[in-house]
Design a protein around this ligand. Structure first.
Ligand code: ADP
Length: 423
């Protein structure tokens, strides 16, 4: 059997773990064997007087009292061990952390301590790591508090918007209802001048109502409360219905609508929301066009998706404006100068497309026109039913799909989509 470890072997084993052994004769205040500690602090042998009194002068002034208190607690029997961590001055002038443990090994007949044995370990790195971890934890907690506050604020904003929308809609519907009654009352028909003013009231009211609806959609989507009813839809019929709906507006603007639709094509989408998407895109394509211009609506199957394409020959969008295009309330200076609008149509459009599991891209060339493409799951590519839009789907700020215009000669078609351009 191997011989038991001698004190030197033990000391060597502890030294390799960064721990030194010390011995303190309390009456004579003689400290022996604290060599490793001194070495770790950078002092040469004999440079520090081998007494506890001299050692104490190296301990950080803020830690001395606590160190003494830890020793007294042990002596009183409140602790089974003297144990303490303190900062201590290294020869280079920096502070290091030491962890000390010790026990009295000799008592006199009156119970007074005579000799103490203990260990000492440099725990500076451990303390630094602990500090980094504590700081990281604090940062995480602060970030969590900020996220919670932002979520609460967002919820409060959504609730406020939805209540406000309701409060605005009720009287507005009354205004619109009575306007229509006055316009069509056969017993008391308006004069032609009154008819013109009533039309302005009705159209302005309808515009306000649309804006309130858009705001409500945005806030619902942000709150994750946008409910969708997706089903298999016939694209040509729905797309043609949208074109028919906008034909009078297009005629008034001197813009020709050109359907380029296949006979059969089915998409998985919410019919009301898809109609809203197409009406927004087609409405913009007419609004930001020129007299004699065209708007083309095409649709085609692209793998497991359906691609809907709205192409106009209008004013186009500058490359540096594309990143803001889907931000709520953003409008180009040209749009501000010449056209009505609130700048939320595209934000709502993107939100709805993403909520239906799709994506939207845009390519544009100023002075030539724009093409917006919407990809949605083809019918059969995903399950039908109801879906609730997630909050992330409601973040229209990021527009990875928006990219600068590709300089395609003769048009803004951009990188070829699945739909070939009509000549
Ligand atoms: P609105 O039309 O009410 O301003 P939108 O959110 O629909 O709001 O559009 C935001 C802005 O994007 C518009 O103000 C306009 O500057 C620009 N825009 C949208 N569609 C087109 C388009 N087809 N051609 C040129 N600019 C467009």
């Amino acid at each position: 059997m191997a011989a038991p470890l001698g004190i030197d072997q033990l000391r060597a084993a502890l030294r390799s773990a960064g721990t030194g052994i010390w011995e303190w004769a309390i009456d004579s205040d003689l400290l022996t064997d604290a060599d490793l500690g001194l070495e770790q602090l950078g002092y040469l042998p004999g440079e520090v007087e081998p007494t506890q009194r001299a050692w104490d002068t190296l301990i950080h002034p803020e830690d001395r009292q606590a160190n003494e208190a830890a020793f007294q607690r042990y002596l009183r029997g409140d602790r089974p061990l003297y144990e303490h961590r303190y900062r201590i001055l290294a020869k280079g002038g920096d502070w290091r952390w030491f962890e000390e443990r010790g026990q009295v090994v000799d008592w006199d007949a009156d119970g007074r301590p005579l000799r103490m044995l203990g260990t000492q370990t440099d725990v500076t790195l451990q303390m630094a790591l602990r500090e980094v971890a504590a700081e990281a934890r604090q940062r995480l907690e602060r970030a969590q508090r900020e996220v919670a506050a932002a979520q609460a604020a967002s919820l409060a904003k959504s609730e406020f918007l939805s209540r406000l929308s309701h409060e605005l809609r009720t009287p507005l519907n009354a205004v619109l209802g009575f306007t229509q009654l006055m316009e069509t009352d056969p017993r008391d028909p308006p004069t032609s001048g009154q008819g013109v003013r009533l039309k302005v009231i009705r159209e302005s009211g309808q515009h306000l109502l649309r804006m309130i609806g858009d705001l409500l959609d945005l806030s619902r989507a942000e709150g994750g409360a946008l409910v969708l009813h997706t089903e298999s839809l016939a694209v040509p019929a729905l797309a043609q219905a949208c074109l028919d709906m906008l034909q009078p507006t297009a005629a008034q603007a001197g813009v020709t609508l050109r359907p380029d639709l296949p006979a059969v094509l089915a998409v998985q989408a919410d019919p009301t929301r898809l109609r809203q998407v197409l009406l927004n895109l087609l409405g913009n394509a007419i609004k930001y066009n020129r007299r004699g211009g065209t708007v083309r609506l095409a649709a085609a199957l692209d793998g497991a998706e359906v691609c809907l394409e709205v192409q106009d020959s209008g004013i186009g969008i500058a490359a540096d404006e594309l990143p803001m295009l889907f931000d709520p309330f953003w409008r180009s200076p040209e749009a501000w100068r010449r056209h009505d609008g609130a700048g939320i149509g595209l934000a709502v459009t993107q939100t709805l497309v993403q909520a239906m599991g799709g994506r939207i891209t845009v390519h544009s060339e100023p002075g030539v026109g724009s093409v917006f493409r919407v990809w949605l799951p083809a019918a059969g590519a995903s399950a039908s039913g109801s879906a609730s839009a997630s909050a992330s789907a409601a973040t229209p700020a990021a527009t990875p799909a928006a990219s600068a215009a590709a300089a395609v000669p003769g048009g803004p078609a951009g990188p070829p989509g699945p739909i070939s351009r009509a000549s």
